[in-house]
Design a protein around this ligand. Structure first.
Ligand SMILES: Cc1ncc(COP(=O)(O)O)c(C=O)c1O
Length: 469
């Protein structure tokens, strides 16, 4: 019963983590009504009148059509396995086994799993690195153009994947990046897991669909009022009808391969209700109120000298703990002991996710706690982080699926130099691999990984799995 007891426990004073509904405060109203019905009455299978994401008729089909129309998309499919599941669907729909796909270095691991399942060849492009925070920054159009040309010079690509906004709320210049991919006839799959609310307020960057992305995946618990695991995949309105139809069919085939045959009616309703609410007048007003609190909080924190990253999303406050001389993981542990639960502890930063209904007490409590944190643990700014010693473009030496399934041995990181990685190395969170299966670990990379292990205490094992000789 440990899990149930945990779930029934009184929430801590300040929850600044996902889901964005903030322990129910910002649940989409339709969903709230559903959950107030007698427990479990909504837990239904794919009855004919309800249908499912792949059925042409029924309530789910109608809700999907309504959501696509609301957002100006060609089609949409609800998902019950998070953005992870739908990113994999998108990849499998756009590329055939053996084809190369261009992906950013800060890809979420689900995309790597998608490449594995589809036997795709990932080509990873490097990103600008910020030595002060240790974060990868979004690609600039110039850097992306360079990587794209280089990747194409080495062979054809089937698709490009972009991630924006990032977990920390950093956004790329999407319209320019998408246009560059389209100039080469390449479809773009956008991981917009953290950006369901983009384009809905002038203070936010444009959405992926408005930027011309071909497929867009949103998690509906990260920036909309949905439950964890509810997500949506949009197909943008393309000019070529035949191509769009073929792509819709490929998406449905991939969804059939990957999705459960019993999708939860509750999660499907969560997708429908959270999208409808977010895009309604009431949803936009809720978003406006949340943005106002986010901006006011940023102002207060800046006035007391808390270093913050300039994020494009005011609902993500990325605290630059390294500038206060504190590792983000240490800051997180300290704050947690005092009832402030943030998200995404990293060596240089800690991100507070304010969600769609931040409690007003955050304006008072967070500045106070961060002042205390600095007094307790702060000092001289941490040394700059070293950029990962990786090439601008990296293709695993051994196909991902071969490396990942090969007999493997575990070696101390420092002794792994010269060996081929058999597993990704992914501190949790944010689920971004520092090493991918099939990549050869050279001496510089091994030394950098040893350094990372010290910077991520408890998150990176002191051994790595490499392909056995
Ligand atoms: C950028 C990004 N993409 C995709 C995902 C996967 O989303 P989900 O947890 O809904 O499967 C995450 C999860 O944190 C993420 O940060």
């Amino acid at each position: 019963m440990a899990l149930l007891e945990r779930l029934l426990a009184v929430p801590p004073p300040l929850s600044l983590h996902l889901p964005a509904h903030g322990r129910g405060r910002a649940l989409a109203p339709g969903l709230r009504r559903l959950l107030q019905q007698s427990p479990g009455c909504w837990d239904l299978p794919e009855l004919p009148e309800i249908g499912g994401p792949l059925e042409a008729e029924g309530a789910v089909a109608e809700a999907q059509a309504a959501a696509a129309a609301l957002l100006g998309a060609q089609r949409c499919w609800f998902g019950v396995n998070g953005a992870s599941g739908l990113l994999q669907v998108g990849l499998l729909a756009l590329a055939q086994p053996g084809e190369r796909v261009l992906l950013p270095r800060n890809l979420h691991r689900s995309l790597l799993h998608g490449c594995l399942l589809g036997q795709l060849r990932p080509v990873l492009f490097d990103l600008p690195f910020d030595a002060a925070t240790g974060l990868w920054l979004p690609p600039t159009p110039a850097s992306f153009q360079r990587h794209l040309s280089e990747a194409l010079a080495a062979g054809p690509l089937a698709a490009v994947v972009l991630v924006s906004p990032s977990y920390q709320g950093l956004a790329a210049e999407l319209p320019a990046l998408v246009a560059l991919a389209h100039q080469h006839g390449l479809p773009v799959l956008l991981d917009e897991a953290h950006g369901a609310h983009l384009g809905l307020d002038p203070r936010l960057p444009p959405s992926g669909l408005a930027s011309g992305a071909d497929l867009v995946v949103q998690s509906l618990q990260k920036a909309a009022g949905g439950l964890a695991q509810s997500a949506v995949l949009f197909q943008g309105a393309g000019a070529d009808e035949q191509l769009c139809q073929a792509r819709s069919q490929a998406i449905e085939r991939a969804l059939l391969w990957l999705q459960t045959s019993s999708p939860s009616a509750l999660l499907l309703a969560s997708a429908a209700a959270s999208l409808a609410h977010l895009h309604s007048g009431a949803g936009r007003r809720q978003l406006r109120r949340a943005l106002a609190i986010g901006l006011a909080l940023r102002g207060r924190l800046e006035r007391i000298g808390v270093p913050l990253l300039p994020t494009a999303d005011p609902l993500r406050l990325c605290i630059h703990t390294a500038a206060m001389g504190i590792n983000g993981l240490e800051a997180d542990a300290w704050l947690m002991e005092r009832g402030v639960i943030a998200e995404l502890p990293e060596p240089g930063c800690l991100t507070a996710c304010l969600g769609l209904a931040p409690p007003r007490r955050v304006l008072r409590l967070l500045p106070r706690r961060l002042k205390q944190l600095r007094r307790a643990l702060g000092g001289e700014p941490m040394a700059f982080f070293s950029a990962p010693p990786i090439p601008p473009l990296a293709e695993p030496e051994l196909p991902l699926e071969r490396a990942w399934r090969a007999p493997q041995v575990r070696l101390p990181i420092a002794a792994a130099s010269g060996r081929v990685a058999a597993e990704p190395l992914c501190p949790y969170p944010p689920g971004i691999p520092l090493l991918i299966p099939g990549e050869r670990i050279d001496a510089d990379r091994a030394a950098w990984l040893v350094q990372q292990q010290q910077l991520w205490p408890g998150q990176i094992a002191d051994t790595v799995s490499v392909v056995a000789d």
